[in-house]
Design a protein around this ligand. Structure first.
Ligand SMILES: Cc1cc2nc3c(=O)[nH]c(=O)nc-3n(C[C@H](O)[C@H](O)[C@H](O)COP(=O)(O)O)c2cc1C
Length: 173
């Protein structure tokens, strides 16, 4: 994206029965978005189709969450994650996302599919605090691998303290 929206403190909140659906190709380029996705993101269908899914990337999101997302998808597994997204007008909206690989008949991954719904307010509070700590650590340690490691270490420590794996933690929030 050449010009990214300037983030504001304005929040967009999903309705209880809103389901945001999108599909991407193997590179994360958007190949489908449902009406709800178009409505909440603020982009037109023309703007979304063919755009990288990181068009929604909010600067408050730690990079290591997306690394975990892509590592999991590339291992042909599904992942659930809380994501703070950036709309075209700079407002933000939290989602609870389930992202899965799509397979062809031979079991080859042909793209990715995501369904996102409104997260519980308490979960957003907990995840927001965790992500802030992770982002802080990333920024302090710098842009490269060091930042990524520092942020991953915080997530891993949180999971260790709770005695849970990532999936159990996220689904239990
Ligand atoms: C199906 C699918 C859905 C995705 N949904 C989102 C999303 O809602 N918000 C987001 O920031 N990234 C989403 N991503 C991840 C982005 O592709 C990207 O990795 C992320 O925005 C971070 O940007 P970066 O990889 O350029 O650092 C999704 C990826 C896939 C494959």
């Amino acid at each position: 994206m050449s010009s990214r929206p300037q983030p504001t403190q304005q929040e967009r909140v999903l309705e209880e029965d809103d389901f945001i659906v999108s599909k991407t190709d193997l590179k994360g380029l958007i190949t489908y978005g449902n009406r709800i996705f178009i409505g909440i993101s603020g982009y037109s269908e023309e703007e979304l189709l063919g755009a990288p899914h990181n068009i929604l990337r909010h600067p408050d999101m730690p990079r290591s969450v997306f690394k975990l997302l892509w590592d999991t998808l590339q291992a042909k597994r599904e992942i659930c994650a809380y994501v703070k997204n950036l709309a075209k007008d700079g407002s933000f909206y939290w989602v609870f996302a389930n992202i899965t690989p799509s397979f062809d008949r031979r079991g080859e991954v042909i793209g990715y599919y995501s369904v996102r719904r409104k997260p519980r307010a308490e979960a957003v509070k907990a995840v927001g605090a965790l992500y802030r700590t992770m982002l802080d650590a990333e920024r302090k340690a710098g842009d490269g691998q060091a930042g990524m490691k520092a942020s991953q270490a915080i997530l891993n420590r949180t999971l260790e303290e709770k005695g849970m794996g990532y999936e159990e933690f996220v689904l239990g929030l």
